[in-house]
Design a protein around this ligand. Sequence first.
Ligand code: SAM
Length: 366
Amino acid sequence: MIFDEAFNILIEQLKHSFSETRAPGLETPRYTPEIAQILWLADESACPSVQSIPPHSSIRIISNRFDVTQAAQSTELSATFSDFDFSEIPSNSIHKILYRLSKEKSVIHHIINEAFRLLSPRGELWVSGLKNEGAKTIIAKTANLFGNGHAEKYRSAYLGQFRKDTPLPLGEFLDTQNYLSLRLEKSSGMSFYSKPGLFGWNKIDKGSNYLLENIPLFLSHFKTPPNSLLDLGCGYGYLTIGTRDIPLGKRAATDNNAAAILAMKKNAEFYGINVCVIADDCAASLSNTFDMILCNPPFHQGFDINSMLTERFLYTTKRLLSPQGGALFVVNSFIGIEAVATSHFLHIATLANNGSFKLIMLSNRK
Ligand SMILES: C[S@@+](CC[C@H](N)C(=O)[O-])C[C@H]1O[C@@H](n2cnc3c(N)ncnc32)[C@H](O)[C@@H]1O
């Protein structure tokens, strides 16, 4: 299990607060109804640590990642998949909110503002983050909003604990850039709906752009024209939008991220593309096969590749590719995806390489 100091602090603090409320002689903590609501907000940093959260009926997890939601549910925690949209939760109704800070500013600000609204009088917000992620600054801004709280250092991480002492915040709400709304962006002549909270939300990825430029070349390798497409890890749907003019009988797009699913659906509607959009972890629930799978995988982090995710994306592609089908992956030129692909595909070829990105064509055609 990957150890995340910041996540771990929250778990330890929660366990500690449980033991404080444990009545003598009782095996499990006893809660009075007014402290029965604990909300844990978890993004991608929570996988797989979410499984260490003590399962308890008072804890509800909300995650914007499908894999985190599933991992939480597998330990009998109550978990909901959402782009941190809390509009259905009444104000002043939550006793405690725990949040391991995300990387993106607008989602952090959105969650902190909403936490203030959701907390009941004297309810508490606990946040944690690593020193090198700017956690101390966020904690200072949160203290300003709540009018109390400060950063406590635990090795490489900070913990901030805040109490809602007043019905209105003492400081200004943080700037969320209207986090929840989809907005129409325009980049390199393409219009698309997107929002903060998803990969490269307001730009076109250079690798994906390279992939689209080479679609005609890719199609020339098919003996019969493909009739179906899977956009694997679709984001806001750039690859689906860019291939909308190819006549196909069936299109599907899938992603792990709640914001991506919202944006993909909106773009399908905006462009009038008939596409089945599925929230999933690595397309695990899909069983129909596709003639064409396009993918800009999420695993090129720095100079390393996340080999487990690579393996899963490649395995999924093998499983969902029709016998006559072909897949096209774009990766940074230095990534040795081919070595992992050999155990899944008969044919692995470089369709193009511009020095920054390469396009790898995969198939099991006989
Ligand atoms: C490099 S982005 C590509 C996005 C989009 N296809 C494009 O070309 O702009 C990788 C995408 O994979 C998604 N992703 C990450 N982990 C995933 C998983 N386990 N299952 C499905 N999608 C995942 C991310 O949310 C992200 O949208």
